[in-house]
Design a protein around this ligand. Structure first.
Ligand code: NAD
Length: 345
């Protein structure tokens, strides 16, 4: 059987590693092989790929998506790209945006250019609902223009538009997904759910931004990965697909659920000064992916959250240890940065 060779960038991060574990797991397609290209920033975890490390259909390359000398030969060996690699934390982008522009914009451009040169069949660009900006009521369809409010969101909007332009200008088969806030196991403890859970498990307080009334739509990683697979296998070239989770909560409501799941009381909440330019509400309309590709979120939020908390309880070693730097196939050093303690979703 001929295999589709998929290059997964950022495959050692939260969503990318889940995508790879799913593709190469018992329920995944057996006609794909996967190469992960990841620079192993602070957000990557070697252990997140342990489950698939022994698979003959898996390969790991440690390298930077901005480095054309790494990207170029890899493109020549692959049929499809699923592009997750990014600097992904809004708070970090507010204190320093250079790395966000470099990785998210320049890195995407390097990948697109090489993909075009080597005739990559399908390029799935994983973007975010944050490109639409804040919406007070209703939901953003794919028609809405981008209106980002943070350096992170602006860098994602730039890369997302660049990806779409490779379809318009060059006819490349590029498909863009824009998803809401993901949650689940294996997420680096800087975004609100893993940060709050790990703090509560250590008996520490949790810092809640502003009045805690910012609204996010929560999407379980299993649902997100199913949505991406639908887009990769059955989506249309040049199209954008919103992927939503179906559970809107204020950060305060979310925090109350987390306190309960971790057996902590309201005294553990510490209200802190709001994030600069903090978007009040994100909401995507996912009618298109539902009607065209049959997507519907399946994970019950309470169940998903309980499972997530249970996973962090059982895997202290995963989140307490520093990022590992070893890999089977290293094309460069794997930097090991410290964690910050942002509070944003
Ligand atoms: P993450 O921060 O957990 O992982 C990012 C991965 O990219 C890491 O493994 C990191 O080492 C790698 N990386 C960073 N810079 C790189 C570079 N220059 N070269 C190669 N690899 C590099 O992020 P995530 O939460 O898994 O997000 C994955 C994608 O999904 C991102 O593009 C993000 O913008 C998007 N997204 C995430 C969410 C969410 O809720 N987490 C929501 C919407 C969209």
């Amino acid at each position: 059987m001929s295999q589709t060779r998929i290059l997964v960038t950022g495959g050692a991060g939260f969503i990318g590693s889940h995508y790879v574990r799913t593709l190469l797991g018992p329920l995944g397609p057996d006609d794909v092989s996967v190469t992960v290209l990841d620079a192993f920033t602070y957000a990557a975890k070697r252990a997140s790929l342990d489950e698939v490390a022994g698979s003959p259909r898996f390969r790991l390359v440690v390298g930077d998506i901005c480095d054309a000398s790494v990207v170029e030969p890899l493109m020549a060996e692959h049929d499809q790209v699923v592009h997750f690699a990014a600097e992904s934390h809004v708070d970090r982008s507010l204190s320093s945006s250079a790395e966000f522009v470099r990785t998210n914009v320049l890195g995407t451009q390097v990948l697109l250019d090489a993909a075009l040169r080597h005739g990559i069949r399908t390029f799935v660009h994983v973007s975010t609902d944050e490109v639409y900006g804040s919406i007070e009521s209703g939901s953003c369809s794919e028609e809405k223009s981008v209106d980002p409010n943070s350096p992170y969101a602006a860098s994602k909007a730039a890369s997302d538009l660049l990806a779409l332009v490779y379809h318009r200008s060059h006819g490349m088969d590029v498909r863009v997904t824009r998803c809401s806030n993901n949650y689940g196991h294996h997420q680096f403890p800087e975004k609100i759910i893993p940060l709050f859970v790990t703090r509560l498990l250590k008996g520490e307080k949790v810092p809640l931004y502003g009045d805690g009334l910012n609204v996010r739509d929560w999407l379980h990683i299993d649902d997100h990965v199913r949505g991406i697979e639908l887009v990769r296998t059955r989506g249309r070239a040049g199209e954008i697909y919103n992927i939503g989770g179906g559970t809107e909560l204020t950060n305060r409501q979310l925090t109350e659920r987390l306190l309960e799941a971790c057996g902590a009381g309201p005294g553990q909440i510490e209200y802190v000064t709001d994030r600069k330019g903090h978007d009040r509400r994100y909401s995507v309309d996912w009618t298109k992916i539902h009607t065209e590709l049959g997507y519907k979120p399946q994970k019950d939020f309470t169940e998903g959250l309980d499972e997530t908390v249970a996973w962090y309880r059982a895997h202290r070693d995963w989140w307490e240890t520093a990022t590992e730097t070893t890999a089977e196939s290293a094309t460069g050093p794997a930097p090991d940065h410290g964690a910050t303690t942002g509070t944003g979703a």
